[in-house]
Design a protein around this ligand. Structure first.
Ligand SMILES: NC(=O)c1ccc[n+]([C@@H]2O[C@H](COP(=O)([O-])OP(=O)(O)OC[C@H]3O[C@@H](n4cnc5c(N)ncnc54)[C@H](O)[C@@H]3O)[C@@H](O)[C@H]2O)c1
Length: 437
């Protein structure tokens, strides 16, 4: 059992902090946003993540998980300090490390004994070295701390399961002592034989970017294949399925759609191109992945305008705002581009999402938010499915058609069978599958 301070209670910090508490550690979570801490102390969870409410409750009741607005006692009483603060895209797409260094500055003068400082945030290669130099420049003696890179691979929407049963845990450190402490923290994962990749700090930092860029590449690749399928009369579902049966390729991340989004792939791919630029080389593959992804978001609008060339005063119903199902996160979601482009052309939007409407209001307060799929369809000139929430998979198509002004459906997630939707009388479009409109 270790005493841990978790700095940041966002998607990563709250899930990891709770997971580490569930592993038997004593975890105290701190955030600079007092409203989040207040909510957590009142039993409210500030984000939507399946399974998290119960896991937080269980660990709070066991006394292993606490939330505080006071950084000093949290740092002083902990041996291990995790950084789970944001690392957004900065100017020119480089990673903005200001939150990391603000946090390091905040903890520097609180170091009262040996501390392991663990970076969970996704940071540019070399950042942990800089954290070390930063602390040394604050006159913290080298024997008082060690830095560790411990990148996180959880996926929003299944974050709890991913954290509790990860494919691997990556620990980058030059210190044997810090490695032992980290292994103790993750001991329950040892017992279920989770591979622990112990490596140097730069390699650990690189593993995170390489993994995300590879997954983003798979998505852009299958999206380009889908676009080609449309031109040559082939079916991307069958192509992806047959490709995925090849063990060397793997079936995951081969779903054609409106492009990747979320708080990681867009910023991490962009950061990787900047990291390589700084190192003196171009990552042409990743640059193209980003370009293909940007084009794919626009293809949603192009598909819509194929059926409605002039969007002025047309009402478009949008189903799904979160960048993927089972989350309320809308950061960098492809739908942001779609909404912006429709509004730019004078269109109006009625949107529905089971969890993400509150977040989307921060970006687009001017659009109409409705309480159901049916309300989004009512009097709409077209309906666009942007997120594959389960409740959109089995809608009453006859009813939707009867309440829409024009029965046009753009299914960007390919969740419906084109023939069935067309049989109901919809004009139906999707990505990379045969449709006869
Ligand atoms: N979201 C994901 O799916 C995911 C997955 C893997 C890795 N990551 C990485 O993890 C990091 C965090 O991502 P996130 O999605 O959890 O971000 P988030 O924005 O949801 O949460 C970050 C939290 O940190 C808090 N914070 C900022 N400065 C702080 C400070 N000095 N002290 C304490 N708290 C502070 C913020 O108030 C916020 O609550 C990022 O580097 C991200 O790239 C995210």
């Amino acid at each position: 059992m270790k005493k841990i301070a978790m700095l940041g209670v966002g998607y990563v910090g709250l899930v990891s902090g709770t997971g580490l508490a569930d592993f038997g550690n004593e975890v105290i979570c701190y955030d600079i946003d007092p409203t989040k801490i207040e909510k957590l102390n009142n039993g409210d969870i500030p984000i939507y993540e399946p399974g998290l409410v119960d896991l937080v409750k269980k660990n709070v009741e066991k006394g292993r998980l606490k939330f505080t607005n006071e950084l000093a006692p949290a740092v002083r009483e902990s041996e291990v300090i995790f950084l789970a603060v944001p690392t957004p895209s900065g100017k020119n797409g480089e990673v903005d490390l200001s939150y990391i260094f603000n946090a390091v500055d905040q903890i520097a003068h609180l170091i009262n004994g040996f501390k392991v400082i663990v970076t969970k945030s996704t940071v540019e290669v070399g950042t942990n070295d800089k954290i070390r130099e930063h602390l040394l420049s604050r006159n913290i003696a080298p024997e008082m701390f060690e830095v560790v890179s411990n990148p996180e691979f959880l996926r929003e929407g299944s974050a709890v399961g991913d954290f509790m049963r990860p494919d691997r845990v990556v620990i980058g450190t030059r210190s044997a002592k810090a490695l032992e402490i980290m292994k103790e923290i993750y001991r329950p994962l040892y017992l279920i034989e989770t591979p622990i990749v112990a490596t140097d700090v730069h390699t650990a930092e690189m593993i995170k970017y390489a993994s995300n860029a590879f997954l983003a590449t798979k998505i852009s690749f299958i999206n380009e294949i889908a676009n080609l399928c449309e031109l040559v009369d082939a079916d991307v579902h069958q192509v992806a399925k047959a490709m995925g049966l090849d063990g060397r390729i793997g079936k995951k991340f081969l779903h054609a759609g409106p492009g990747y989004g979320g708080s990681c792939f867009p910023k991490d791919t962009s950061a990787l191109t900047k990291i390589s630029e700084k190192a003196g080389m171009r990552m042409s593959i990743v640059e193209t992945v980003i370009e293909v992804n940007n084009r794919q978001k626009m293809r949603v609008v192009e598909k819509l305008m194929k059926y409605i060339p002039n969007l002025k005063n047309k009402t478009i119903g949008i189903l799904g705002l979160a960048f993927k199902p089972n989350t309320d996160d809308v950061r960098d979601a492809p739908v942001l581009t779609v909404i912006e482009e429709i509004l730019k052309r004078g269109g109006q939007i009625k949107a529905y999402d089971p969890e993400a409407m509150k977040e989307m209001r921060k970006y687009f307060p001017q659009i109409t938010y409705v309480a159901s799929t049916e309300d989004a369809a009512k009097s709409a000139d077209a309906l666009i499915i942007m997120t594959e929430w389960n409740e959109f998979r089995n809608m009453d198509l006859n009813y939707l058609k009867s309440v829409m002004k024009n029965p046009i459906m753009i299914d960007t997630r390919n969740i419906y069978d084109p023939q069935k939707v067309q049989a109901v009388g919809f004009i139906y479009d999707c990505f990379g599958r045969k449709t006869v409109n």
